[in-house]
Design a protein around this ligand. Structure first.
Ligand SMILES: Cc1ncc(COP(=O)(O)O)c(C=O)c1O
Length: 475
């Protein structure tokens, strides 16, 4: 295809190629499955260095827009098919147009088919969820709701659920929370939305781990907040690399997403000191540490925080179901009242029947039982994946030690980002779905590696899944 890039009077050439190509994909001018020009050819056409083009391509690959197949070229990924919304809007030029920022935010679609060997990160085993019990709890609460004639609930959430959450995190994580500081939200994404509404203004800067949890980048950018990626090493986020003017830092200290390292105690202390000296808020995302297989947990930032700067966020997406959209915040008392108002402004309150059913599930011990059961199932899967990687992939991958959560990450010894993308593509054709590490790059050049989830794959499929993946490394 003939892709036209205009670089007249532009300074950031690589950034410009990246932006124009991304827009072309989002608007459907380059379609899923189509190839983009080889970097050498595009560089020649534009009279720029080849590295100017490859940096742009790497960034797009890191965000999941492109993937390369060795010997075949670089292609637009299927899951970034232009949404019908994008296409319709362009077709019907009406008087109302969204702000430009929405052109650069892709609509992520739910994957269409379950994978034969699902090694994607971040997925719990939804088939082992106690659906019958849950259905009974929800229908009982719905009947009660009809009795109450459907009046609205309180913005911070159902009192019984907030009490149950406070007890759960006191036992599971040692976090002491007063009822007034707990707010129920629709998952981590809304937790961040409510915090951003409460603390940030357009033009403010935030710091996020890089590689990191990219969906929140779109959230901040949609609010006009500038996002800075901060590198991570084996002890977690590198505090010295934080931008001086950051007003908020988003971290996953218990289990860095996606690398899997736990932030060391000294790093946690350094981060808290930095935040204090720079008048900055910290959001601690503790998304999956209920599943810990060895070693004692390090104390959450929230319990180490003496100055009242840490917002603690928890989610029921891993312990229950991601589709429930349930999570919670524990805020410092100085912002709790504003947080409730922000939740009210956002959506008044989360679904009351679901909150009441969940409160009941926690109170009667069903939740703790489910976590215990899943922990022992995930422990087996974790150890099968770790030993399989150590035995079969030692020549290709360097495992990053981790014994928490539902995924494990590994750096490639020799393969480039493009080659790893090609391997993931071949794996997909062989029925094995994995995530590449480059997918989680926020701003920095993507790293070559894989992130392997074991939440959704039954133990008896792991060996065959890894065997097929191993074959994809041999070209
Ligand atoms: C780092 C991280 N935080 C939080 C979540 C959960 O997000 P939510 O509660 O919005 O489903 C995930 C899910 O994959 C995650 O990877």
């Amino acid at each position: 295809m003939e892709f036209h890039v205009s670089l007249i009077d532009r300074k950031d050439l690589s950034g410009e190629i990246y932006r124009q190509l991304r827009r072309a994909i989002l608007e459907g001018r380059i379609r899923p499955g189509e190839s983009v020009p080889p970097s050498r050819e595009l560089a020649r056409r534009l009279s720029v260095a080849r590295s100017t083009v490859t940096v742009a391509y790497d960034r797009l690959a890191g965000e999941g827009f492109l993937s390369s197949r060795v010997g075949a070229g670089t292609f637009v990924n299927e899951h970034f098919a232009p949404s019908s919304d994008n296409t319709k809007r362009r077709e019907a030029d009406g008087p109302l147009q969204p702000r430009h920022i929405w052109d650069s935010i892709p609509l992520v679609r739910a994957p269409a088919t379950p994978a034969q060997f699902d090694l994607r990160s971040g997925r719990p085993d939804v088939l082992l969820f106690p659906h019958d019990r849950w259905r009974r709890l929800v229908s009982r609460q719905l009947r009660r709701e009809i009795g109450r004639e459907g009046v609205f609930g309180d913005p911070p959430g159902h009192r019984g659920l907030r009490e149950a959450i406070a007890r759960h995190i006191a036992v599971a994580r040692g976090v002491e929370a007063s009822l007034n500081d707990v707010t129920v939200v629709s998952g981590t994404q809304q937790a961040l939305d409510v915090v951003a509404r409460t603390l940030l203004e357009p033009g403010d800067q935030v710091a996020v781990e890089d590689p990191g949890y990219w969906p929140i980048k779109w959230l901040f950018e949609s609010l006009g907040v500038r996002v800075n990626g901060v590198p991570v090493d084996e002890q977690g986020l590198i505090v010295e690399a934080l931008p001086r003017h950051a007003k908020l830092i988003f971290v996953t200290p218990s289990h860095q997403h996606p690398l899997g390292v736990s932030m060391s105690l000294s790093r946690r202390r350094a981060l808290l000191t930095w935040a204090e000296q720079n008048h900055c808020a910290i959001v601690e995302d503790d998304y999956d540490s209920e599943f810990r297989y060895e070693s004692r947990p390090i104390e959450p930032l929230k319990t180490l925080d003496k100055s009242g700067r840490v917002v603690y966020v928890g989610s029921f997406s891993k312990t229950m179901l991601p589709t429930l959209r349930m999570g919670f915040l524990v805020t410092p008392p100085s912002i709790s009242a504003a947080i409730r108002k922000a939740k009210q402004v956002a959506d008044w309150h989360s679904s009351l029947p679901l909150q009441m059913a969940l409160a009941r599930f926690i109170d009667d011990g069903g939740f703790a039982r489910h976590i215990r059961k899943m922990r022992s199932i995930y422990r087996v899967r974790h150890s099968l994946v770790v030993s399989g990687l150590n035995k079969q992939f030692a020549d290709h991958l360097q495992l990053i030690p981790s014994n928490v959560g539902l995924h494990i990450a590994a750096f490639a010894h020799h393969a480039s980002v493009d080659e790893i993308n090609a391997i993931a593509h071949r794996a997909s054709e062989a029925g094995v779905e994995v995530h590449t590490l480059s997918r989680f790059s926020v701003q920095m050049p993507p790293k070559a590696g894989l992130v392997l989830g074991y939440g959704a794959i039954p133990a008896e499929r792991i060996e065959e899944g890894l065997r097929r993946l191993r074959l994809c490394f041999i070209t």
